[in-house]
Design a binder for this molecule. Structure first.
Ligand SMILES: [Zn+2]
Length: 99
């Protein structure tokens, strides 16, 4: 599978499909300092997509400086603003093999 790159708030993240062991029993993880997202490849495709979206939202949450005191409207607005350009670039092709 070709390397996937995802632009999230101007930082190009490398999406790496890895063995389950690499994620320490988790389905995925993000490394902010290295701009890498790791997804356990030993799962059904839709689960991989779900986990990738989960990791993207973690990055948006951090980039938006959200915290547990933030109200619903602020959380939704920050996540929308970070996620919208990602979805503009990759509407449905985040994990598909053709790109
Ligand atoms: Zn999580």
């Amino acid at each position: 599978m070709a390397t996937k790159m995802l632009n999230i708030a101007g930082v190009l993240y490398e999406v790496k499909m890895v063995d389950g062991d690499y994620c320490g029993g988790n389905m995925g993880k993000s490394n902010f300092a290295e701009a890498k997202i790791f997804i356990n490849k030993d799962m059904p495709l839709q689960v991989q997509e779900n986990v990738l979206l989960h990791e993207i939202l973690h990055i948006c949450y951090r980039n938006g400086y959200l915290c547990k005191e933030d109200g619903e409207e602020r959380v939704v607005e920050v996540l929308t603003n970070f996620l919208y350009p990602v979805l503009q670039e990759h509407p449905f092709d985040l994990l598909s093999a053709e790109n």
